[in-house]
Design a protein around this ligand. Structure first.
Ligand SMILES: [Zn+2]
Ligand SMILES: [Zn+2]
Length: 295
């Protein structure tokens, strides 16, 4: 028996409707599935209803994007350099979809995302640059739009010679077109999940962009002090060696281990149920949650 504890639906950037995922999971031979859309719980109700009909265990989840600054305590988050590639995603499991703190966080993130890039483009326009949001969307090519994509358009149009110049003169912390980012801190993300009665799990640690095992250990230990419950040790991006070392780390620090495919439907080539996650991973998570809520 297997489970998949990391999937996305059309409520965020997946291509399958939340109500279709339980049946698809069943067809993939799974016995439990979690829906973990980016920064939203909008798909959970339909997902949970469909899971009942499909007779599969379902975990209401979320995947919150948080500021990776905590991973690099020595660097200035508003640095003039292009941001490091590190991505900090925190999975929330067995959350109560309607929890007020979580709803607040979702609104905050949506607004911040919707406003920041257009604001920076407006400033560039004021500085006399002919740059449109549409062009930046195109440069992002389906990825989450960020300053590097604005820089790319500036470069294409000859306003700067390099992305580095775009950041040092305009888009970096002291740049003329800079708009401060209103990102969720790791602490806020973990707290929002815990306030919703959920368990907080560090998603795909390989995407943190950390160079050494000791940096990772330091970061994970720091996150644990903020309330982190587990590490996603198995993931499509992980090699068997990654999984092994993350599992060792989880054991050492005293954290749960989870796993999932990060399935996004046809938008990515990942398939539901891959890598294979043994069903007891789900059971352990369920048990940890029962203990948390005292049930
Ligand atoms: Zn992620
Ligand atoms: Zn994901």
């Amino acid at each position: 028996m297997y489970c998949d504890l990391h999937t996305h639906s059309t409520a965020s950037d997946g291509t399958d409707a939340p109500e279709d995922l339980p049946t698809l999971a069943k067809q993939a031979g799974l016995s439990a599935i979690a829906l973990t859309d980016h920064d939203t719980t909008a798909g959970l109700e339909a997902f949970l209803d469909a899971a009942k009909t499909a007779r599969i265990k379902a975990v209401p989840g979320i995947e919150l994007s948080a500021d990776p600054a905590i991973l690099h305590p020595d660097t200035d988050p508003d640095s003039e350099q292009p941001p490091s590639v590190g991505t900090l995603h925190i999975l929330g499991y067995f959350i109560q979809p309607g929890a007020p703190h979580l709803a607040e966080v979702q609104t905050q993130l949506r607004e911040a995302r919707a406003q920041r890039n257009p604001q920076m483009i407006a400033r560039l326009n004021e500085l006399g640059m002919d740059i449109h949001y549409d062009e930046v969307i195109e440069a992002a090519d389906g990825h989450i739009i960020g300053r590097p994509h604005i820089g790319q358009v500036m470069m294409q149009k000859g306003y700067v010679k390099s992305i580095h110049e775009a950041f040092s003169r305009y888009l970096g912390g002291r740049g003329e077109a800079y708009v401060r980012k209103d990102r969720l801190s790791a602490e806020q993300a973990i707290q929002a999940i815990r306030d919703a009665d959920g368990l907080a799990v560090l998603a795909h640690p390989t995407q943190l962009g950390l160079e050494s095992a000791s940096q990772l250990e330091h970061a994970v230990a720091r996150l644990k002090t903020l309330g982190l419950d587990g590490i996603e040790t198995r993931h499509s991006d992980h090699t068997p060696r990654d999984t092994e070392s993350f599992t060792r780390l989880a054991k050492k620090i005293g954290l749960l281990t989870t796993g999932g495919s990060d399935y996004h439907g046809s938008r990515k080539t990942l398939t539901l149920g891959n890598p294979k996650i043994p069903y007891p991973v789900y059971e352990d998570l369920l048990e940890a949650h029962r203990q948390r809520i005292g049930a």
